[in-house]
Design a protein. Structure first.
Length: 264
């Protein structure tokens, strides 16, 4: 899924996270050195690094939150993983803030401060591990469009009754776009037999189908490869055992209409 917080298709969150990682690692190293060598200068450096790490972490969290809300597919394994990633990072931040607050008492509780920072680093490593999985497995922030898929398109539509979801010549063959209508994510695609509309959610683990390839009336989930007939919704290949929901479209006067109804 293409990131909503990006510059020229480059997601901002992964660009920024290297700063708090570097600052917090430096904090721990300088604090340990300060205690081993009884060096106040190192302790002071650790303080500056810790403050910089906290500021950088808060700054990096902003595009992360935007992607969490707007990019990670809802009701998916990726969303659960992103929630754990966010909670681990929040816990890590609290530990470093606590360590910063207690720094004035280095003479009395240096090992408590080092312990808090060490625990923060452990959380940071696990959070980073999950962040990597979110990118490399769940493709969050990745635009996995195959050749000929066209430019990524996403629209937020409103209205009751039939809503125009595309123009007749808007998409090329096998191209798709994602529309949001009444809180539902719907993929509009063009096949050899005309336009189709289907739910943007793979029943296996909630992957977004809008980022997968559409070929000969079959869409493939980019997460684990399940394949679906986009006209009937039937599943062709697993791991998904269920099909997808499809929606009827009406073509009139060069426009494609969708009359969406919530499922009972
Ligand atoms: S989420 Fe696993 S195949 Fe789609």
């Amino acid at each position: 899924m293409k990131s909503k917080a990006s510059i020229n298709s480059h997601p901002i969150h992964p660009m920024l996270v290297s700063f708090p990682i570097a600052f917090f690692t430096g904090t721990l190293l300088f604090d340990v050195l300060a205690i081993v060598q009884e060096n106040d200068g190192y302790w002071q450096t650790g303080l500056y690094l810790e403050a910089a790490g906290i500021a950088a972490a808060v700054f990096a969290a902003v595009p992360g939150i935007i992607d969490y809300v707007a990019t990670v597919p809802p009701k998916s394994s990726g969303k659960k993983r992103a929630t754990r990633h966010a909670l681990l990072n929040a816990g890590m931040l609290v530990l470093f803030i606590l360590a910063l607050v207690l720094r004035g008492d280095r003479l009395y509780m240096p090992f408590l401060i080092i312990g808090l920072e060490l625990a923060g680093m452990v959380l940071l490593v696990f959070a980073g591990w999950m962040g990597g999985t979110l990118v490399y497995r769940n493709q969050i922030g990745v635009d996995p469009r195959y050749a000929g898929a066209g430019k990524w398109k996403e629209e937020f539509l409103q209205g009751d009754g039939p809503v125009i979801v595309a123009e007749e010549n808007e998409l090329g063959l096998n191209q798709m776009k994602l529309v949001h209508l009444k809180g539902q994510r719907i993929v509009i695609g063009k096949t050899e037999e005309g336009y189709v509309a289907f739910e943007d959610r793979c029943p296996h683990r909630g992957g977004s189908l809008a980022g997968g390839p559409l070929i000969c009336g079959t869409v493939q989930c980019p997460w684990h490869g399940s394949q679906f007939n986009v006209k009937t919704g039937a599943v062709y290949a697993g791991p998904s055992k269920e099909g997808i929901r499809v929606f009827p479209l009406v073509e009139a006067n060069g426009k494609i209409y969708l009359n969406y109804h919530q499922r009972d």
